[in-house]
Design a protein around this ligand. Structure first.
Ligand code: NAD
Length: 372
């Protein structure tokens, strides 16, 4: 019996080795595609090609009796790896005549990422970090673009401190809040002004499919090339005005981070045994714990700023606190009917999204379970 099992396992091992060899060949082709895209200035993420390729592979899988979802999962993981490889090939320089780019705060997390991407795109990048102000005159001599990437609470102060920039210099900030920094940039500089907000952490391997939100400040035609350059990096660009940006970020960032912070604080104060909690966790609780725990592996200053620095956030967080209190009252009153009524009210409000989210979360739960 043992021998038979070993024979079957050996056959599986042989096929696995063949799959690895095929993957190596596929990655080498991807590398060629990366080179071609780099030379021709094509974006590394091509949604139409991706969708049509997945649709064909799903169909082929189905005709062989293999789950189309399995093939799509595998291919998506492979494509993620491919985007990282394509990154290393460099990118076409869309504006070769641009004078040097100065990143203020360029040794930090987001500044370093933009520096890397801009250098890979053939631009000359200088850094002015906190200890470099004595050399600011030399570093800020006739720049083509200045990017502000300092901690949020210092952003306005540093913008105000800028010397007069050349009229055609593009002033950009990467701040997670947009209204006040953009106001400050528009007052400090009479030339082109652009606000961008990368919606990802600096540890992403590739910008493929990553969202970058942008807000027009002044003279958009002067920085349109930079928007196109970020598309070549694979990013998805979304244009919004800075007020609407901050209103939405109050939900997407401030409220969520604050609720996560309060939950983490509560877990710590309850002095629960994390190890035991993990051993007993369902995949969904593990995922939740991962999402809470990851916040505390990051920069406390960044999250404090994201939550505190915008005036929209406190009133919103207070309304959430009131809502939490009302929900608690239902519990205190033992009012099961009120709970069920409100549950149905929210389900109705989510509408079709509730079903969509239920289905999308299945994949994440499988992933959490696979990675135990
Ligand atoms: P960071 O703390 O990693 O980097 C900030 C950099 O600014 C550091 O190199 C620091 O030395 C430098 N600095 C501090 N004081 C300075 C001064 N007086 N003059 C010049 N440089 C100074 O911060 P970060 O996470 O890279 O954030 C930078 C910007 O990027 C922020 O506006 C933030 O909102 C935005 N952002 C960050 C993330 C992220 O995940 N890190 C995501 C989206 C947007």
């Amino acid at each position: 019996m043992e021998a038979k099992l070993n024979l079957l396992r050996n056959k599986i091992d042989t096929f696995d080795k063949m799959i690895i060899q095929l993957l190596a060949k596929r990655l080498s082709l991807v590398s060629e595609v990366g080179q071609f895209k780099s030379e021709h200035g094509l974006p590394i993420y091509d949604p139409e090609r991706e969708a049509s390729m997945l649709a064909s592979r799903r169909q082929e899988a189905k005709s062989l009796g293999i789950s189309p979802d399995l093939i799509e999962d595998l291919l998506r993981r492979l494509m993620r790896e491919s985007y990282i490889h394509e990154n290393n090939k460099g990118f076409k320089t869309l504006y070769p005549a641009l004078r040097s780019i100065v990143i203020i705060g360029g040794y930090g997390q987001m500044g370093s990422l933009f520096r890397k991407m801009l250098i890979l795109s053939g631009y000359q990048v200088n850094i002015l970090d906190k200890d470099d102000w004595e050399r600011s005159e030399e570093l800020l001599h006739n720049p083509g673009m200045v990017i502000i990437s300092v901690p949020i609470h210092l952003t306005e102060k540093i913008i105000k401190k800028l010397p007069t920039l050349p009229q055609d210099c593009i002033l950009v900030d990467l701040c997670s809040i947009k209204r006040l920094p953009m106001q400050a940039m528009l007052s400090a500089h009479t030339g082109p002004v652009l606000g961008i907000h990368p919606m990802f952490g600096a540890d992403v391997g590739s910008l493929a499919k990553q969202l970058i939100i942008w807000c027009n400040g002044r003279k958009p035609h002067a920085y349109q090339w930079f928007i196109e350059q970020m598309k070549i990096w694979g990013a998805r660009l979304y244009l919004i005005n800075n007020i609407e940006h901050d209103q939405n970020m109050a939900f997407i960032q401030a409220l969520r981070h604050f609720a996560t912070f309060a939950y983490g604080l509560h877990l710590a104060e309850e002095k629960i045994n994390l190890k035991k909690l993990l051993l007993l966790s369902s995949p969904i609780y593990r995922l939740e714990l991962i999402m809470v725990g990851r916040l505390f592996a990051q920069d406390a200053q960044l999250y404090a700023d994201i939550i505190i620095q915008s005036e929209n956030n406190l009133p919103l967080i207070k309304r959430y606190y009131t809502c939490f209190g009302k929900a608690l009252c239902m519990l205190e009153n033992g009012d099961k009917q009120a709970f069920i009524k409100n549950f149905k009210y929210v389900a109705n409000w989510f509408g079709d999204y509730a079903k969509q989210f239920l289905s999308e979360s299945q994949n994440m739960l499988h992933f959490a379970n696979d990675n135990l």
